[in-house]
Structures are given as C-alpha cells and as structure tokens.
Design a protein around this ligand. Sequence first.
Ligand code: NAI
Length: 462
Amino acid sequence: MASYDVIIIGSGPGGYVCAIRCAQLGLKVACVEGRDTLGGTCLNVGCIPSKALLHASHMLHEAEHNFAEMGLKGKSPSVDWKQMLAYKQSTVDTNTKGIEFLFKKNKIDWLKGWGSIPEAGKVKVGDDVHEAKNIIIATGSEPAPLKGVDVDEKVVVTSTGALELGKVPKKMVVIGAGVIGLELGSVYARLGSEVTVIEFLDAITPGMDSEVQKVFKRMLGKQGIKFIMGAAVQKTEATKTKAKVTYKLRKDDSEHVVDADTVLLATGRKPYTDGLGLDALGVEMSERGMIKTDEHWQTNVKGIYAIGDAIAGPMLAHKAEDEGMAAAETVAGKHGHVNYGVIPGVIYTHPEVANVGETEESLKEQGRAFKVGKFSFMGNARAKAVFAGDGFVKILADKETDRILGAHIIGPAAGDLIHEVCVAMEFGASAQDLAMTCHAHPTYSEAVREAALACGDGPIHM
Ligand code: NAI
C-alpha cells in the first residue's frame, strides 16, 4: 500500500493534466488507468484518431476537387484503408506514449487497473488499496445508449467502432447531427460513402448560432451528406453485414426505413462512473447521472473531487483540462479558477466551425442589446487563394460598451482563429480593441479583425 497527496482516477485530458499540475505544485501523485495506454477516450478513441482520419480524408478531397485547378495534374490517390488506419494508430501511439513520458518526467505513478473508492481517503486498484489525502475523479464519459439501437461495434457502431471499421462502407447512416456525427460522417463522405444523417431536431448542431447552423448544413449538403431532419430513430435491425434503420418523422408520425452497411450512433454521451462505488460513499449525483460538485470541484464527500465529462458542463477535452489544472491548484491550497463563459467549441470538419460565448439567440433571450459584426471569407485574400472563401466570422458585442460577448466562425482554421477572440474576451476587450490590433497580411485572422471592424465603422474589404 502506498500513500499519496492525490490520486486521480482516469488519465484522459482532465486526469493527466490534473496529475501533471499536481506534481508541478509539489504533491505526491498517482493516476489510475485501466486501459493499456494513457490518454483516455480523447487520445485513444476520440479527438486524436478522428483528427487523423479527418486530415487524411481532407487531403483526398483536395486532390479530387482542387488539385487540377492549381495545375497539379495526374491520377487522384486511391484509399488504402488499412494504411490509413495504421497512420491513425501511429498518431494515437505517439500521443499516448508522450503522456507516459510526461508521467515519468513528473514522477507520477501510473496505477494500472480500474479504480474504486472503498472509503474516503482510499483508492482500490486490483487487490491493492492506496491511501490518498485527496481523490480526484476524472473518469469521463461513454456513448449514451438509444432505445431500440443495439450497438455491436461492427455494423451498428459508436464513435469507437467508427474509427476501426473493416472497410469504408458504401452506405452509412448517422443517427444524430451533433459534433461526432458530423465529424465522422464527413470523414466517410469524403472517402466515398453515401452518408445519410438522421436528426431529431430541425437544425443540426444544437445550441449553435442559428446562422452558422444553416450555412454549415448547406456546405455539408454540397459535400454530398444527406440530411433527414425532424426524425426520431425508433430502432435498428442488423445482420452481420447490413442494417435497417427505422425512423419516424415528427411532422406527420410517418414511419420510414433506410438501409445501411454501417450505422453510427451519435446521440450524445453520458458520464462514466460505473464501478467507482459512489453510491455506497453517498456521493451526490444529478438526475442526469453527473457527479455534483461545488465551485471548487469538491463533491459532498470531503476530499473527493470530480472534473471533466463526469460533472456538469460541456463534454469537451479542454474544459476537462482546465478543470484538472484548477482542481490541482485547489488541492494544493491555491485558488483554481475556470472561466466557464469563455470555453470555445470547435467542430473539425472542413470547413471548421468554432464558437465562444453568447449566440444571437441567447442574447435575445436575455433581452440584452448587442451589435453584430460580420465578415465573409470571400473578402479575405488568403482564404480565396486556397478555395476557402465560403463561410464567415461573426462577432457579437455589447451595444453600449462594445465589449465582446461572443464569436462564431465557419471557415478555414476556425478552430485556431477563435482563440484570439477568447483571449480578447478574457481581457474584457471591446470589438474596437480587436479592430485596432495590427493583423498580418495575408492571413485568415484578418477576417476576425474585419468582423471586429464591422462592429464599428465598417470592414474595409466588404
Ligand atoms: P451531441 O449531443 O452533440 O448531438 C447529438 C444529436 O443527436 C443531437 O442533435 C440530438 O438532437 C440528436 N438525437 C438524439 N436522439 C435522437 C434520435 N432518436 N434520432 C435522431 N437524432 C437524435 O452528441 P454527440 O455528437 O454524440 O457528441 C457527444 C459529446 O461529445 C458532445 O458533448 C460533444 O460536444 C463531444 N464531442 C466534442 C467534439 C469536439 O469538440 N470536436 C468531438 C466529439 C465529441
């Protein structure tokens, strides 16, 4: 039995970042992980492998659609699926090994196995019970099941199985037009699958700026993705190689069936807290199965904390990382803080979609007076040069004070561009502050500046 200042359960972006910060703050740390590799869902079967497949499939798309116009002639590349999966796996391996290196460097013990908490101050891994002054639960989330849909991870898959398919399917049906459905749906659409997305609501990507939703859906439609909106999936019936998906249209209750070689279930995720022993400990949970915490990430049981997907808030790796750092600072006697008002969201399709802060809809709901500064990438020289003129930057600012309240970007490198707005918001900047900052030419970032200019006297290139 070993004794630690902190034991973190789970080594995803929340857990491993928390462990590193705890070690940097001089605490004796261990991290429990039952997978063969560190990094959790994000590094092993989520953010990282999906980005490798998004990149590879985007390259194919560029070769098929834009190379000839740039004077790059010759046969388009064909897909060697086995090699693409090997490339994806090598990306995962470098990243997971990187975390292992960081653990060694920071003298963090990796307790291999699945952890549980028999009582406050103790963590059990296999037959060993370790002592910990503080326990931080960072066990993440798992795909939420959908009634009538039996996942076999071969024909009916979650995001995990979708990263390991035996071959590129001819027909893929995606249930849910959220982030996972659209990212993985666009991978397979670019690789040649006929992709149909069935969505319960009337708009894709719930909660996003409604103008972005419409433009995004149109762009994905142009890429060949078919949408069936306002449709509730009732059931799937699968054989070893094929499936039928039954859905009901909300407008008239009519029932329809579509065929698929692969069905991707992407209707949300739920906290993963099985086997931790939280019930017996009396840890309070919300109705939706999330661990309840106070503003210092502490549960109702003293010395037990929780962060990331297992607690309330958006299920995003970077939100978990921020909570991991803040919780580490809290247990080290410092003042950890997360600004939940400035957490960006990114969808890594092509084009990328990114947002931070308020939407026009949320501001209207709050009855707040605001202005909208918008700039199209059509007016951005760099974007036009690389066939990325579709899309826009929209900045929302307070009507009186000009303070930036939110931003929405659909276009090239949106996931990187959003961060200059995040930094501006962290500093309480006005749209004018952004507009008066010199931006290098020619860059995509100029579109952000132009949107900020549009909140004032107007953009230059529109
Ligand atoms: P989601 O919550 O983003 O979207 C689920 C969609 O499924 C919704 O649009 C919902 O209306 C629809 N739906 C629900 N039941 C349905 C039914 N019976 N029939 C048809 N449609 C139905 O969930 P998703 O995409 O599974 O992602 C899970 C979590 O993972 C999210 O919190 C997401 O933010 C996170 N994530 C984030 C990524 C990123 O930041 N790039 C990448 C992947 C996941």
